[in-house]
Design a protein. Structure first.
Length: 169
């Protein structure tokens, strides 16, 4: 019985000694690392732009915050992204009901699609605040029996697309 108690005490002392040694080694390595990182960041940010700090009252700060975050929607820029086009076969005949998918558009960039009319024409337009930053839209055009077509369109693009029929191998 006494042998087991001594074994447990000895195991506890060895365990605590190992933990203290690990923490001591970490402390020895962490302090120089912290000092080096502090010096590095101080040198990096030194010589940056000077900022003028202006003391504001609570009322002025609240007014500034409201002006900054509560811009009326009508004062924000609204843009339109419009793409039109015609989908035809290689011989020039229009393709009706071809699916034109617009990727990375719409609310939450979920995508949108249109179908061509009997003359093969399609139109897509998007109007809003978030559209002003868009430089192009990725789109794909497909129809059963034809090879799909992929392209990137810029605003106000007028596309003329010819789809190739699948060849029989």
């Amino acid at each position: 019985m006494m042998k087991q108690v001594i074994t447990w005490i000895l195991s506890g002392v060895i365990g605590i000694t190992i933990v203290v040694m690990i923490l001591g080694l970490f402390t020895l390595a962490a302090k120089p690392g912290r000092l080096w990182l502090t010096d590095y960041l101080a040198d990096f940010y030194q010589g940056g732009p000077e900022y003028d700090v202006v003391a504001m009252t609570m009322e002025d700060e609240a007014q500034r915050a409201m002006e900054e975050w509560a811009t009326p929607v009508e004062d924000l820029p609204h843009c339109e992204f419009r793409i039109t086009g015609q989908v035809k076969m290689n011989d020039g005949a229009p393709i009706e009901n071809a699916e034109v998918k617009f990727h990375n558009v719409g609310m939450f960039n979920s995508g949108d699609f249109r179908y061509t009319d009997k003359d093969g024409n399609f139109t897509y337009s998007e109007f809003g605040i978030e559209i002003c930053d868009k430089e192009n839209i990725y789109l794909s055009i497909s129809k059963n029996g034809f090879e799909p077509f992929f392209t990137v369109a810029e605003p106000d693009a007028d596309l003329d697309v010819a789809l190739s029929a699948y060849s029989s191998y």
